[in-house]
Write a protein that binds this ligand. Structure first.
Ligand code: ZN
Length: 300
């Protein structure tokens, strides 16, 4: 029987690195991206086009895009938070733009510079710019499970923001647990509710492991029918505007688990682990992922 497909989107070059205090060189970022492609990933976040004063680690987005491997079979995502970022991403050659909204005003003001409702004013302009620039567009709802400033975020609120997201032509909608507060029951409830308003739109899940629930949440999302999951090799990452946000769910841990559960991701586990070690080397410290530190299983 054919194994069911599951897409792992590797976010270490963007979400993974953006919170690192020491700026990683463009050259090292491109080496990381080459390794990610070689491991079998076919979609990844390559850079964000945001205010370089606020996120200095991402100031070289243009150079990263200019140096990307020239391959038709891999997609490199550019993240943007405003129309200017979309323009810069398109000028840099991005073919896919992930635009980020927030479910909570407290986070939206800090991350996007305005309350949630206001951030949607430019949504038609953003969609137009992406279309005119030949890039496909996806939307992420950050703080979809809880906000570091406003606290609990209701399911109704997330559904309302999801409806606003779907007013423009997007191919995918992601729910992000930016600060890692969700439990599997929250994941099932929210994806089920959002699916009701998202029609046939592809759904994607983004988890952080702040409270050690990310792997369980990923399994819940897949049980709920989600077939696109973000991960960050080594489990690095966090958000500069979300106090206490720990790393993303480690991709190699997702890969080990879903591999054993019978899903086909196209990614080689040994190569993913090697890349997690490479990241640890670049950052000069241990990374939180577990599988990369465990003995190989099954034994060779
Ligand atoms: Zn994240």
């Amino acid at each position: 029987m054919a194994r069911e497909k599951l897409e792992l989107v590797e976010v270490s070059p963007r979400d993974g690195l953006q919170n690192e205090p020491d700026v990683v060189s463009t050259e090292k970022k491109l080496e990381l991206i080459d390794r990610i492609v070689a491991a079998g990933f076919r979609r990844m976040e390559a850079a964000s086009f945001v205010n370089p004063k606020k996120v200095p680690q991402m100031a070289d987005g243009d150079a990263v895009f200019a140096g990307l491997p020239k391959r038709d079979d891999a997609t490199f995502i550019a993240l943007a938070l405003n129309p200017r970022g979309v323009e810069r991403a398109i000028a840099a050659g991005a073919k896919e733009i992930n635009y980020v909204f927030c479910a909570s005003d407290g986070f939206s003001i800090r991350n996007n510079g305005a309350p949630v409702d206001e951030t949607f004013r430019v949504w038609p302009e953003v969609a137009h710019k992406a279309r005119a620039g030949g890039a496909r567009l996806s939307a992420t709802i950050s703080t979809a499970f809880g906000c570091p400033f406003d606290g609990e975020v209701s399911v109704e609120r997330v559904v309302a923001v999801a409806e606003l997201c779907t007013q423009q032509d997007i191919f995918e909608l992601a729910l992000a647990d930016t600060i890692g507060v969700a439990a599997p029951s929250d994941v099932r409830e929210r994806f089920r509710a959002v699916r009701e308003v998202a029609g046939g739109l592809q759904l994607r899940a983004h988890f952080h492991n702040t409270r050690n629930t990310a792997l369980a949440n990923a399994a819940a999302a897949v049980e709920e029918g989600v077939r696109v999951l973000d991960g960050s090799l080594g489990g690095i990452g966090g958000c500069p505007f979300a106090p206490g946000a720990a790393g993303n769910v480690p991709t190699e841990d997702l890969l080990y688990m879903f591999d054993r559960m019978g899903y086909e991701t196209g990614v080689d586990l040994d190569a993913a682990i090697e890349t997690a070690h490479f990241i640890a080397g670049v950052l000069g410290r241990k990374t939180p992922g577990m599988v990369s530190r465990a003995p190989k299983w099954p034994h060779a």
